[in-house]
Design a binder for this molecule. Structure first.
Ligand code: TXA
Ligand code: MG
Length: 341
């Protein structure tokens, strides 16, 4: 019931785009690749089409979607009073992995896209397939990540198929995504711009261009989460995930203790941890290569569900550059749990 067509293959490319555009225009959902993760799209002005996204994902209705555009001119139809700082960010980082929260023009998009908020998250993706699709469609597309709610976001078309087979009509297969983690979400409606979700565009990169930027601490319960999606459990495999110090000794001791309980352990870590005798090992690439780790993380988390691991260990990364985004996702996957012997 779910059709999947490759646009990397010359013989099916044209068909892939034509069918995707036809499904979207007919009020259906279509999954497509972006430079971050695969998205599940619907025309952002079509409330019925957008409701199918929530249905297929099992997504809570109070979690707003990101609107994707191919040209800045498209903003006029659904945003108003764009702050200067947001303009500067668009010029510097679009197309790219930066979602900007802007004031919503009333009665412009389907209400369920913004979950009733008076703001809207927008981004211009940097993936040639996403851009080609948006250009052909000539309409803004609301698209969250194309996973079942709570699961890691899909970085390959086969992950989308695994989660949503039979629930959506069409997947545009454009190969593996690049960055592998979702876009940075920057709220530009607050006085000082605030990062609601860390991603490929880092705080350091933003501050070079627009000056001081706040970070909303996802662990800070004093303040209600401002990106509504950040309050839900996320990215978690079936077995519980535990964070652990990034030391060979600490991991070896943990594995010994786990095995003495007759439990099986999966280790998700950079290659310097390969060689520790675990039951399942999923590599996050070479030591200190944060970009590789980001690219491989979600597939590694998904792979744990194909094993008999009783628990999953992940040595932590330094919160520098994209390491901030990696640790944000890992802390959510682990639900704050650290491995203690
Ligand atoms: O990289 C990405 O951003 C991917 C690709 C497909 O573009 N999309 C994605 O969407 O990750 P999603 O729905 O999984 O995450 C959207 C996040 C959620 O945490 C949501 O709460 C927040 O953005 N968000 C969306 N609109 C918002 C708004 N108006 N105000 C505050 N947060 C918003
Ligand atoms: Mg998501």
């Amino acid at each position: 019931k779910t059709e999947i067509v490759s646009v990397d293959n010359l013989s099916t490319k044209e068909l892939g785009y034509t069918q995707a555009v036809a499904f979207l225009n007919a009020g259906e959902t279509v999954a497509f690749p972006t430079e971050t993760v695969y998205g599940l799209g619907a025309v952002a002005t079509n409330e019925k089409a957008v409701s199918k996204i929530f249905g297929a994902k099992g997504r809570p209705q109070d979690n707003p979607l990101i609107v994707h555009i191919a040209e800045k001119e498209e903003l006029n139809a659904f945003t108003a009073n764009i702050p200067k700082i947001a303009q500067v960010c668009m010029d510097a980082f679009w197309p790219g992995p930066l979602t900007i929260i802007l004031p919503l023009k009333p009665n412009s998009l389907a209400k369920n896209v913004t979950a009733g908020l008076d703001s809207v998250g927008v981004r211009m993706p940097e993936h040639p397939v996403a851009l080609e699709l948006l250009r052909r469609l000539k309409q803004p597309v609301a698209a969250p990540s194309a996973n079942r709610s709570g699961k890691p976001s899909p970085t390959k078309a086969e992950h989308v198929l695994h989660d949503l087979s039979g629930k959506i009509p069409f997947i545009v297969d454009g190969g593996a995504t690049g960055i592998g983690l979702e876009s940075t979400v920057l709220d530009c409606t607050s006085k000082i711009p605030t990062i609601l979700r860390p991603g490929g565009v880092t705080k350091e990169m933003l501050e070079k261009v627009i000056g001081p930027v706040n970070e909303s601490k996802s662990t800070d319960n004093a303040e209600a989460p401002r990106a509504p999606g950040m309050k839900y459990a996320h990215y978690a495999p079936n077995a519980p995930v535990y964070l652990i110090d990034a030391s060979i000794q600490a991991v070896q001791d943990a594995v010994k203790s786990i095995h003495s309980n007759h439990e099986k352990v999966a280790l998700i870590a950079s290659e310097q941890f390969d060689g520790i005798e675990v039951d399942f090992f999923f590599s996050l690439g070479k030591e200190n290569q944060l970009e590789d780790a980001a690219h491989l993380l979600y597939e590694a988390l998904r792979s744990c569900d194909e094993t008999e691991a009783d628990l999953v260990l992940v040595p932590i990364f330094s919160k520098q550059g994209v390491g901030t985004a990696i640790m944000n996702r890992l802390e959510k996957a682990a639900n704050g749990n650290w491995y203690k012997i």
